[in-house]
Design a protein around this ligand. Structure first.
Ligand code: NAP
Length: 718
């Protein structure tokens, strides 16, 4: 358990070195969790401070660690264990971890306050991070019950259907090395490991040292839970040392931080020579645009003001996605500046433990100094119109001992002729308002940031929104179009979401992460595979059209989930489709589309005569492949994927079906709801079975194809 000691020792100038030694001796050194145990690094390490009080709380060092062994341990232990697990097992593991961390979240909040974070800031970091685990856990439902998966559609490569291609994704044999920024010590780790663990590869996490005490506390909880296999997660608190010397092409390195550090790491000789995938999320001059249609009397005006204020004060502006540039039509700059300043003026800055406080401190004195020096650079072309570089009124804290800074609004009147506002990131509660004339100007200004993580346009005018999105998309990783209709439920400008891509071109690092299933592909090797459909079926465990079928021995609907074999196949009797059938289906369904009516004059249409409804053909197919009036292990049919009608079926045509077991996904049982002790179906062990339905005519040509989705009972629980 995390047990950082607080020190009351104050540094006195005259006793500086003596006091420092005493302080270091008293400090709790953070652990590094490597090669299966908690290890303290050599030496005294870097002191870490409570950002609110300035008191030293712990120290961190990774000196003396053997980074080569750490990576080898991850590859040999963690990777081997994870790659054997199926996506379903990994997903359930993530869910268990998320539930476990939720049970222990209160202690993380207690530690998080020390980084200057308010309750809301900590919620974004802690529960936002855990939310990423839940979200990735749920992705298992879109993945097979296998350690690997197919990617995309099958490719037909021959006329005789004996040779085909596909793409397969297998977990890389290496380790994900995550080098993270200081601003989100929990989210930063969890949003990344959720993805690599689901993909089946282990992680070594190196949080930024200044806030690593919080990451360490979470990792201690993860390790003690024993939910992850050994070697799946290691932690380095302190310098990354020479770890990059030992990476290889099976590893993936992700970096979140400043563009300067990112460039240094990205150009590391081993990264280049070993062709190691390197995903970079760097600093970003994100912007918001007030649409030309928005006036002070419109709801979008207040929405804009609130969004800007939120982005300045949440996490004291230490968010990679925070709005740094505000573009407003030139005739509204003055009024908008006043509105934002009024809102900022209501913000109570101070000790985040005080409930009235809305903005805490920066993560440390070093970070405050850095923001001040960046603002000085911005002031070459801007002026401060709200806030102060030097002073801030704080509640329940000491503005000098704690790393507090006033929220600041700057004005740059010449955004086209000056560059600092588009180049200099002040990673704190600072944003610059700038005028624009036309929407094209606003688009051009947004691009002067040379690539950002996200941009927002606030407008109620669809034409403005479309023009902005289509022209600005080249330079931004995410675009939020905000107006009255969505504002209440909007997740906001600054929130990257697990199911949407996070990253941005150019200056933002050129990286991409998360984005639902897109994210896991960064940790999987995509390989094209070619062969006969029968071979590709055997390898992938997904039935491919034209593969040799398997005699199921009995109707496959009579088999339990465990008994079904991929490729179990039946070919049905034939059924003649009559004009009377089509008339009846038209009457019953009400679908009186002209092509299905005998009364239609077919001159100039796509058809020769009355044609059967595609849905009727599919229904008739079900009539052919569904077996028996008796109850059987098939519990229900819940849909059809990829249904296509490929050739018209005219009256008099006989159709028959080839029905093949395509894919099986075991389902864990839902937890029993204690409020409703018995919901029909909830206590039945079951899995999803997909069936390929191919419908042929008298000429043995395909007239329809689809994938039927059923739930099939299991004999045993999993
Ligand atoms: P930073 O100074 O670049 O550090 C980032 C990480 O790199 C830290 O873990 C740091 O470790 C490590 N590092 C520094 N030098 C290294 C080296 N030579 N070898 C290996 N690792 C090294 O950035 P920061 O100050 O922590 O974070 C603030 C910046 O991050 C801002 O510019 C912000 O825009 C950016 N950021 C971007 C995103 C995004 O998603 N795009 C998200 C958050 C933050 P130490 O702490 O031990 O030095």
């Amino acid at each position: 358990m995390y047990n950082a000691k607080r020190s009351n020792i104050k540094l006195q100038f005259s006793f500086h070195s003596l006091a420092l030694s005493i302080q270091l001796a008293n400090m709790n050194k953070l652990g590094n969790y490597v090669t299966g145990s908690w290890i303290e690094g050599d030496g005294e390490g870097q002191l870490l401070y409570n950002a609110v009080t300035g008191a030293a709380i712990s120290s961190a060092t990774s000196d003396g660690l053997d980074f080569e062994s750490i990576l080898n341990y991850a590859r040999e232990k963690g990777n081997r264990a994870l790659r054997k697990m199926t996506f379903q097992e990994r997903g359930r593991m993530l869910r268990a971890l998320a539930l476990h961390l939720m049970d222990h979240k209160e202690k993380f909040y207690t530690i998080s306050y020390q980084s200057g974070a308010t309750k809301i800031d900590s919620w974004i970091d802690i529960e936002g991070g855990i939310g990423n685990l839940f979200s990735n856990a749920s992705l298992r439902r879109k993945l097979p019950d296998e350690p690997f998966c197919l990617d995309g559609d099958p490719i037909v490569l021959s006329k005789g259907n004996t040779f085909m291609g596909h793409h397969i994704l297998v977990p890389k044999e290496g380790v994900a090395i995550h080098i993270n920024a200081y601003n989100f010590p929990v989210w930063g780790m969890l949003e990344k490991i959720a993805v690599n663990l689901l993909a089946g590869i282990p992680a070594v996490v190196k949080p930024a040292t200044v806030t690593s005490y919080l990451t360490e506390a979470v990792v201690r909880e993860i390790i003690s839970s024993k939910i992850l296999p050994e070697g799946a997660l290691q932690l380095i608190c302190g310098s990354a040392g020479n770890i990059l010397n030992f990476v290889n092409s099976q590893d993936v390195v992700t970096f979140t931080g400043s563009a300067t550090t990112g460039l240094k790491l990205k150009s590391h000789l081993t990264i280049l020579s070993e062709a190691v995938p390197f995903n970079m999320e760097a600093d970003s001059l994100n912007c918001i645009v007030l649409g030309p249609d928005v006036t002070p009397d419109k709801p979008e005006w207040d929405i804009f003001v609130r969004e800007v204020k939120k982005e300045i004060i949440v996490k004291a502006g230490q968010k990679c996605t925070a709005i740094r540039r505000i573009f407003v039509p030139e005739n509204k700059v003055e009024e908008m500046s006043r509105a934002i300043a009024n809102e900022l003026d209501k913000t109570v800055v101070g000790n985040p433990l005080n409930e009235k406080v809305r903005m805490g401190s920066l993560a440390g004195q070093g970070q405050r100094n850095e923001v001040r020096s960046q603002v000085q650079k911005l002031l070459a072309s801007s002026q401060i119109i709200y806030g102060s570089l030097d002073s801030v009124a704080v509640l329940d804290a000491d503005a000098t001992e704690g790393a507090f800074l006033s929220p600041m609004l700057l004005l740059n009147e010449n955004p086209f002729t000056t560059e600092a506002s588009h180049n200099v990131e002040a990673f704190g509660p600072v944003s610059t308002i700038m005028p624009y004339k036309t929407i094209d100007d606003a688009i051009e200004l947004s691009k002067k940031g040379k690539g950002s993580l996200c941009t927002t346009i606030v407008t109620a005018d669809a034409a403005v929104a479309k023009a902005y999105v289509l022209a600005a998309a080249t330079h931004h990783g995410r675009i939020l179009v905000l107006n009255e209709e969505c504002a209440k439920e909007s997740t906001g400008h600054g929130s990257p979401l697990p199911l949407l891509v996070h990253g941005g071109p150019g200056r933002a690092g050129g990286g991409e992460e998360m984005g639902g299933l897109r994210g896991i592909r960064h940790y999987l090797q995509r390989t094209a595979i070619q062969g006969s459909p029968t071979m590709i079926t055997a390898i992938s465990n997904v039935y491919q059209a034209n593969a040799k079928g398997v005699d199921p021995g009995k109707h496959p609907f009579k088999k339990y989930f465990e008994e079904l074999v991929i490729g179990d196949q039946i070919v049905t009797e034939k059924r003649i489709i009559t004009s009377e059938d089509i008339d009846k289906f038209a009457a019953l369904s009400g679908d009186q589309f002209y092509a299905h009516l005998t009364s239609t004059d077919f001159t100039g249409t796509m058809f020769e005569q009355q044609v059967a409804h595609g849905y009727f053909i599919m229904s008739a197919a079900a009539g052919l492949f569904v077996d028996s009036f008796e109850k059987n292990p098939v519990l229900l049919n819940y849909g059809i994927d990829e249904l296509r009608f490929t050739k018209p079926v005219y009256p008099g045509t006989s159709v028959y079906i080839r029905f093949s077991c395509k894919e099986k996904i075991a389902q864990e049982q839902k937890e029993q709801n204690p409020e409703v002790p018995f919901i029909k179906g909830q206590d039945i062990p079951k899995g999803i079975v997909k069936w390929l339905v191919e419908i042929f005519d008298d000429a043995d040509e395909t007239v329809g194809v689809g994938t039927i989705l059923t739930m099939v009972q299991m004999k045993n629980k999993i």
